[in-house]
Write a protein that binds this ligand. Sequence first.
Ligand SMILES: C[S@@+](CC[C@H](N)C(=O)[O-])C[C@H]1O[C@@H](n2cnc3c(N)ncnc32)[C@H](O)[C@@H]1O
Length: 276
Amino acid sequence: MGEREECMDDEKGDGDRVGCEDTREGGRACSHGMPPHTLEAYLEPAYWNERFSVEEHYEWFKDYLHFRHLVHEHVNISDCVLELGCGNSNLSEDMYKDGFTHITSTDLSPVAIKAKQDRCAAMGLDGMTIAIADMFDLPFSDGKFDAVIEKGVMDVLFVNSGNPWNPSLKTKERVTAMLREAHRVLKPRGVFISIAFGQPHFRRPFFEAIGFSWSMQYATFGDNFHYFLYTLRKGTKKLDVASTLPPVEDKLAIADLVQEHMDNEDYLLSALIESD
Ligand SMILES: C[S@@+](CC[C@H](N)C(=O)[O-])C[C@H]1O[C@@H](n2cnc3c(N)ncnc32)[C@H](O)[C@@H]1O
């Protein structure tokens, strides 16, 4: 299957950006291999299982070669890496072949995981761990990984999220839960890498929410159309900011604070400047 792209981002708030597909030969086009009937389906495990039972390979956004140089800037070859929501992408295989042999690739879909296990066994990539895991409740101990990486998975959580400047409470809860788990399983100086379509001014309030010791940096990649590779390294949040913030006891408190932050005029202004 050739390289194709599909995106489900609705952060523009127009409510109908379901998916777009590029083909290597033809440039931007809007046609889809397995698009769901509704945006909400992207949030349903049944949709992914059904899709993976007929679709062998699909690479969201871009394949590893397009952002390999950025991964190498932040992850050492000997690092323990966890991939969230691998689907039927080749990201972990490509990283493994590139030397990242301590890699655990996970997805909620048993169909995707079984297919990936079979594929990797056939290719002789025996060292890779491939396992079913819910990114909202990861079956890993605290501080286990040097790096956690995801591509296109967080973007799914933003489908039908309403006003992009103030996403629905459900969206805030889900994104925060995903980030909490990624943060928890990282070592004290570990890095979370999020490869996304979502723009920095919409992601920053989530990434830099209270309770996380990392701060956000990003790079872009892609040719005509840019994607973002966010890096969040634990322990890099400025102390003067962290020390003024109260501890957060639950997800709702974080969600409220995120909303307050996003409603703040300073935030809107800085976001506008940033996007110039
Ligand atoms: C847009 S696809 C991205 C697939 C792949 N990362 C790529 O780059 O092509 C989203 C993936 O997230 C997975 N997913 C959705 N909810 C999940 C959850 N709670 N835990 C783990 N994976 C999940 C889906 O099964 C699907 O494989």
